[in-house]
Ligand binder design. Structure first.
Ligand SMILES: *Cc1c(COP(=O)(O)O)cnc(C)c1O
Length: 382
């Protein structure tokens, strides 16, 4: 059926009608007073979302662009960086660092497990000469559905004095990322994740300590030079032509988020996560991430003995529900249920009911009919 598509992937995420409507208006000049008013308003909204007084800069980029900007503006060729790696995105930040000639040391943990803060402690304490300039961490590792312990790792980074650069692409807007309270230097995110918006905007928050590092950082940059964005943000505009319609959408999305309130947003994501995980357990399928490190945005399921791609295919064909597949070596091994952004209890109930039917169609019957739905319903009413 036309227009009944349900996106349950970890980005792009579903977009509310008010945000879609905001996109469909005529563009305005980005040097106009009208644009500056919107710019000022969304900048305030972004600071609210990041729980910070730091600059939050807006780029026309995906989340990777925001992270690349967050790395290259504060470092020089040959600088030593520690990169946390326990999934696809952690690996990507190591690749970016290598592409720019940084001296990369990875702190690894197997896919499906959380990074160990003690590993960071050991690596940072061994660096008595303070040659490590930055630590790059993926907060919610979307490829595996693991939430890393950012607070504990950050405490080690603070004790050392290096900058912390955080990929909060699927944690911001889903779980508290208190930038000022924790002293997070650089935090990158993207519009198509927790923001309830289409893809196209990247966001980077920058602390005073990071701006100090910017003064002497020598990696090449032009379009992603955050100093340019900061300077123009002071005049409520951008250095280059921004996607003005995405700014309209951001304005509408932030208004919705502020009406819901941060605590309610985080509670909703926690509830959706618990409901999804309870349902998967009731269906006797394996969760790929442990309970104590569950991402608030995405749940990865390892349906041992069943081809995860077949489940995805039936979910799409029969119910028009898009689930995400496994990345790299996890392809066919896991499927991932996104519950990030504009997602409500009803969406989870529908997805689990569709999943039950799809599993039966594939001949998997190791659960009582309705067990998954009942477990999800119990978790959302608890
Ligand atoms: C989606 C995502 C990104 C950004 O990916 P883009 O495709 O560049 O927007 C970065 N990190 C994580 C953890 C993500 O989920």
């Amino acid at each position: 059926m036309k227009d009944k598509s349900m996106l349950m992937i970890p980005g792009p995420t579903p977009v509310p009608e008010s945000v879609l409507r905001a996109l469909g208006t005529h563009p305005i000049g980005h040097r106009s007073g009208e644009f500056s008013q919107i710019f000022a308003r969304v900048t305030q909204g972004l600071k609210w979302l990041h729980q910070t007084k730091n600059d939050v800069l807006i780029l026309a980029s995906s989340g990777t662009g925001a992270m690349e900007a967050g790395m290259i503006n504060f470092l020089s060729p040959g600088d030593r960086v520690l990169v946390g790696s326990n999934g696809k995105f952690g690996e990507r930040w190591a690749e970016v660092a290598l592409a720019y000639g940084l001296d990369v040391q990875e702190v690894k943990s197997p896919w499906g497990t959380a990074l160990n803060p003690d590993d960071f402690k050991a690596a940072l304490e061994a660096d008595t000469a303070k040659t490590i300039k930055a630590v790059v961490i993926t907060h919610s590792e979307t490829s595996t559905g693991v939430l890393n312990d950012l607070e504990a790792i950050n405490a080690q980074v603070k004790a050392h004095g290096a900058l912390i650069i955080v990929d909060a692409v699927t944690s911001l807007g889903a779980v508290s990322v208190p930038v000022d309270a924790w002293g997070l230097d650089v935090v990158g995110s993207g519009s198509q994740k927790g923001y309830m918006m289409p893809p196209g905007l990247g966001f980077v928050s920058v602390s005073a300590q990071a701006w100090e590092a910017y003064k002497t950082a020598k990696l090449p940059k032009f379009y992603l030079d955050l100093g340019k964005y900061r300077k123009d943000a002071g005049k409520n505009t951008t250095p280059f032509t921004p996607p003005v319609n995405l700014f309209f959408a951001l304005d509408a999305a932030l208004e919705m988020m502020q009406a819901e309130g941060l605590d309610n947003i985080f509670a909703r994501h926690a509830r959706l996560t618990q409901a999804t995980r309870a349902a998967i357990k009731a269906l006797n399928l394996a969760l790929y991430a442990p309970d104590d490190a569950a991402s608030p945005a995405i749940t990865a399921v390892a349906p041992a003995g069943i081809d995860a791609e077949k489940i995805r295919s039936i979910m799409k064909k029969r119910f028009d529900i898009a689930l995400a597949g496994g990345q790299d070596h996890l392809k066919g091994q896991v499927f991932r249920i996104g519950h990030l952004g504009f997602v409500c209890d009803r969406d989870i109930l529908a997805a689990i009911a569709g999943l039950e039917a799809s599993l039966r169609e594939l001949g998997y019957e190791a659960f009582a009919p309705g067990a998954g739905v009942a477990a999800a319903a119990k978790a959302i009413s608890a």
